[in-house]
Ligand binder design. Structure first.
Ligand SMILES: [Zn+2]
Length: 434
């Protein structure tokens, strides 16, 4: 048993200065004691729930900042040009490369306050496109990186089948492809089997995108695959994708999903940048969640998600770092908020759940929907019986010294940088100290 007492702990009911967290040998919270004399280790920090990184492609960390060169000094680029650079990288990496990239990345995620990552993993096969003898060889490289750094992982082996709506895959996509639902089932089963050896891991289901899988196969996977696993899908990220969807299906991607798939709380729609009001309402009403990746969406010129309307309808959202051009959860929340402020000409647009404070609301949404993306439906921030996963912000930092508790969460969200993350706890283990 270990005991930790913080300058303050953000509980679901608010900040509490007097609580001591007792952690058992399995890293679970065994007691939350108020005003106890035995405070254990005292940490001069503000503890908040560990951040959930609900969308990651680990290998893309190797190209962060490397797709900003101008092919021609007078020409701009777009998502589809960036994708070609990404394909070149995807064709070159070995399982050993992926392990070392992911190890660096996950260490940095921990340093920034993330305690769990959802890995949207689609580089499955050998460079020539043949499957590895262990179908989950590349996925296991990610599991090893999680084990060796100490971050929890939800590994999502991705079903990727097409080169576009109704199009055969192109040769540069050969490492990603499962030809049919049966092949994807084998990949998922192999991933589930290998993940059982890694105590920090679990598995979810994922479809690359509407353009990446035959629509009827999306329906099959949604209906026939395990119903107790989260279901992740990239959707409506780029305008061209909407146009191609209308040309092929006569429907916009989200419109089609709402009509053909019984979406609920286990669905996580990544990006959903381009929505009609009806689609926004449809997602919120279905209970499906949206995963927003503001630094990547900005970097790729995707578009801006209609957050204000979605919130009014009670929609649920989490954050992810996707291509890892940025790795700071506070920065993701700020970019998300500021994008909305810039297009609406309003302030304090982060509204909902009864909070009268933008920072508290942002942490709440990102935590709860982020946990769901990892198949964790716990809504209480720190609960007896749950793993002790926390992000601790340095209380001695000048920005936070003497801060009134009513402003503290927003001070952390809007005015901190990664140097202010003092440490994280993952399953009760103190992971980083700066
Ligand atoms: Zn992505």
């Amino acid at each position: 048993m270990k005991r930790f007492t913080f300058k303050s702990l953000l509980q679901s009911s608010g900040w509490n200065d007097n609580v001591t967290v007792v952690v058992d040998e399995n890293g679970r919270i065994s007691e939350l004691l108020e005003n106890t004399d035995d405070k254990g280790e005292i940490i001069q920090g503000y503890a908040i729930p560990g951040f959930q990184n609900a969308h990651s492609h680990a290998f893309q960390y190797a190209m962060a900042g490397r797709a900003e060169q101008h092919q021609n000094p007078d020409d701009s680029d777009d998502f589809w040009g960036w994708r070609e650079t990404m394909y070149q990288l995807a064709l070159s990496i070995t399982p050993e490369d992926l392990y070392s990239i992911a190890k660096d990345l996950y260490s940095e995620m921990l340093r920034n306050g993330y305690t769990q990552v959802a890995e949207f993993h689609y580089v499955h096969h050998q460079p020539d496109g043949r499957p590895y003898p262990n179908l989950a060889e590349m996925g296991e490289a990610l599991l090893k990186a999680s084990r060796d750094t100490g971050i929890k992982i939800t590994l999502i082996p991705i079903f990727y089948q097409k080169g576009g709506f109704g199009k055969a895959p192109n040769d540069r996509q050969r490492r990603f492809i499962s030809e049919n639902v049966e092949d994807y089932r084998k990949l998922l089963d192999a991933t589930i089997e290998v993940a059982e050896k890694y105590p920090l891991a679990n598995v979810a289901i994922g479809i690359h995108s509407m353009r990446g899988v035959d629509p009827q196969d999306i329906v099959k996977v949604a209906k026939e695959f395990p119903q107790d696993l989260p279901f992740h899908i990239h959707i409506a990220e780029q305008l061209k994708e909407i146009e191609d969807s209308i040309a092929f299906l006569g429907k916009r991607p989200v419109e089609w999903m709402l009509e053909n798939v019984a979406m609920n709380h286990r669905f996580h729609l990544v990006h959903a940048s381009h929505l009609t009001e009806k689609e926004t309402e449809g997602i919120a009403k279905s209970g499906a969640n949206v995963v927003l990746c503001p630094s990547t969406e900005g970097n790729l010129g995707d578009g801006i998600f209609p957050l204000i309307n979605f919130q009014k309808l009670g929609g649920k959202w989490s954050i992810g770092t996707d291509s890892h051009i940025g790795l700071n959860p506070m920065e993701e929340l700020r970019i998300l908020d500021y994008g909305q402020r810039l297009i609406s000409h309003k302030r304090n647009i982060m509204i909902g759940n009864g909070f009268n404070d933008s920072g508290r609301y942002a942490i709440h949404q990102a935590t709860l929907a982020g946990r769901k993306a990892m198949n964790n439906f716990e809504e209480t921030y720190f609960k007896v019986g749950a793993d002790f996963d926390a992000c601790v912000i340095a209380a001695e930092h000048p920005t936070l010294a003497n801060e009134d508790k009513s402003n503290l969460a927003s001070r952390i969200v809007y005015s901190s940088d990664s140097s202010m993350v003092k440490c994280v706890f993952v399953r009760g283990r103190l992971m980083v100290v700066v």
